[in-house]
Design a protein around this ligand. Sequence first.
Ligand SMILES: [Zn+2]
Length: 126
Amino acid sequence: MKPLKTAAELRAAVAGTAPPRSCSCALGACDGWESLAEYRWEEAQMTRVATLHDTDIDEPMLEEFHPGGTRYDSPQAPVAVSFFPYNRCDVWHCGRCDRHLLRYIEFGGYNVDPRVRALDPTKIMD
Ligand SMILES: [Zn+2]
């Protein structure tokens, strides 16, 4: 799967699908980053549709992008495709609620912590 590198590519990848229904799946709203430790990832209804993770890069940048003073887990934080953690995310589509979801694995200490955030196309930027 060829990684998407720009906001325009990501917008195009998620455009043209049905508008999301209000969520009925176990993930909840996840407007900001949530740990999957507390939510269920229902594999059977999820399809991986794109990736932002360029595996040719050994260690994607860890810098975050918050021009509006948001924080990592702010619901209003921009989806800045080349910045952490978006630069290591896969893009998934939920067949139940038609949302697109961003997902990556946070590695910390001894645990491996999958994180998920619903993708709001209006927050995508370079
Ligand atoms: Zn869903």
